[in-house]
Design a protein around this ligand. Structure first.
Ligand SMILES: [Zn+2]
Length: 312
C-alpha cells in the first residue's frame, strides 16, 4: 500500500514539475501573457496530453488523481460583472472564491486538500478574453467557509530584484505576502494594459500603428493622481512615441479629441520623423473606441489638457 501511495505522490509531483517547466519555456517564448488556447492544449507528459486549465476555475487534469493543478480567474468583460469576483484581501492576500456556494463541492474539497498538503499550484489571471497571465507557484494558505473563499499566497520562482533590495530579510509568511503584493500590482497593470489595447483594437489612438508590442496603455491622469485610476475612461492606447510625447506634454489631446502639438515643436524645422510622427497630427482627431463606455472621459482629458497648456 505504502508503495502505491508513494507512487501517487511521486506522479503528482512529476506532473507539477513538468507543468512549471512548460510555463517557464512558454513565457520565455511569448512573454508573460499566454493565449488561453495554448494553456488549454497544455503539454505532453509521458505520452499523455495534460491541459493546464479547463472550463471551471478549479482545474484538475485527468492525469492527476485527486488534487487540482491550477486555479483561474476569468477575465473582465467590459460592461459586464466579473464572473468570479476575485480580489485581494486588505492584508494583501489573493481571495479565491469557492466554486458555487457549497463548501463540500468536490472542487472546493480538492482545493482545500491541496492547501492542507502544501501543494504548489498555478494561478491564471484572465487579462482579457483569450489572454492569461500565469503566476506560479501559489499556495492555498487559508479557507473561510463563511465567506465561501480561500486565501492564496504567491511564492517566488526566483527572488525578484525588488526582494533583494527591500525584502531580503523576509522569511516564510512575510516573504510570501510581500511577493503576493508585487504580484497584485503586476496583475492590475497588465490587466489595464490589455483592456485598453483591446478596446482600441490594438492600434495607437494617434497614428493607428498596429503593433501590440509597441503599444502602451497611457494614463490620462497619471498613476498617483487621485483620479488617475486604471480604468478605461482614464486610458488611451498609444504607441511608444506618442505615449512619450503625451507624457512630455509635447502632444496634447483636447477634450473634443483633437490633437495639439506644442507650439515650439510645431515650429521646429527637422527631419521626416518630426514632420510625420508629430507635426502632421496637429489638428487631427484621435481614434477612440465606438462604445461610449470604452471611450476616454472628456472631463479627465480636460484636466490633462490644462497641464499641457501650462507646459506650453
Ligand atoms: Zn502612435
Amino acid at each position: 500500500m505504502s508503495r502505491s501511495l508513494g507512487g501517487t505522490g511521486d506522479l503528482d509531483a512529476r506532473v507539477r514539475t513538468a507543468a512549471f517547466a512548460f510555463l517557464t519555456e512558454q513565457t520565455g517564448l511569448h512573454g508573460d501573457t499566454l493565449p488561453r488556447s495554448l494553456l488549454a492544449e497544455g503539454f505532453l507528459f509521458e505520452g499523455q496530453r495534460v491541459p493546464l486549465l479547463g472550463p471551471q476555475g478549479i482545474f484538475k487534469p485527468a492525469v492527476l488523481l485527486e488534487l487540482p493543478l491550477s486555479i483561474t480567474t476569468a477575465p473582465i468583460v467590459e460592461g459586464r460583472d466579473r464572473p468570479y469576483a476575485d480580489e485581494f484581501s486588505p492584508s494583501g492576500l489573493l481571495i479565491y472564491r469557492y466554486r458555487g456556494t457549497d463548501p463540500q463541492h468536490r472542487d472546493n474539497v480538492a482545493l482545500r486538500l491541496a492547501g492542507q498538503r502544501g501543494v504548489p499550484l498555478t494561478y491564471f489571471f484572465g487579462l482579457v478574453p483569450g489572454e492569461y497571465l500565469a503566476v506560479w507557484p501559489v499556495f492555498v494558505s487559508g479557507d473561510d467557509p463563511d465567506a465561501l473563499a480561500f486565501t492564496v499566497e504567491v511564492e517566488a520562482k526566483d527572488l525578484p530584484w525588488e526582494m533583494a533590495r527591500d525584502g531580503a530579510s523576509l522569511v516564510g509568511e512575510g516573504r510570501r505576502r510581500y511577493i503576493t503584493q508585487l504580484t497584485r500590482r503586476r496583475l492590475h497593470q497588465e490587466s489595464f494594459r490589455w483592456r485598453v489595447i483591446r478596446a482600441y483594437q490594438g492600434r495607437c489612438a494617434v497614428c493607428r500603428l498596429r503593433h501590440t508590442e509597441l503599444l502602451d496603455a497611457a494614463h490620462i491622469l497619471p498613476d498617483g493622481h487621485p483620479r488617475g485610476k486604471p480604468i478605461l475612461p482614464n486610458g488611451l492606447a498609444l504607441c511608444r512615441l506618442h505615449h512619450g510625447a503625451f507624457d512630455a506634454h509635447i502632444l496634447g489631446i483636447r477634450p473634443d479629441l483633437v490633437i495639439d502639438i506644442r507650439k515650439d515643436v510645431l515650429a521646429e524645422p527637422d527631419g521626416p520623423m518630426l514632420r510625420h510622427g508629430l507635426q502632421g497630427f496637429h489638428g487631427q482627431a484621435i481614434h477612440v473606441p465606438r462604445p461610449a463606455e470604452l471611450r476616454p472621459s472628456a472631463e479627465l482629458l480636460a484636466m490633462r489638457y490644462e497641464l499641457f497648456t501650462k507646459a506650453g
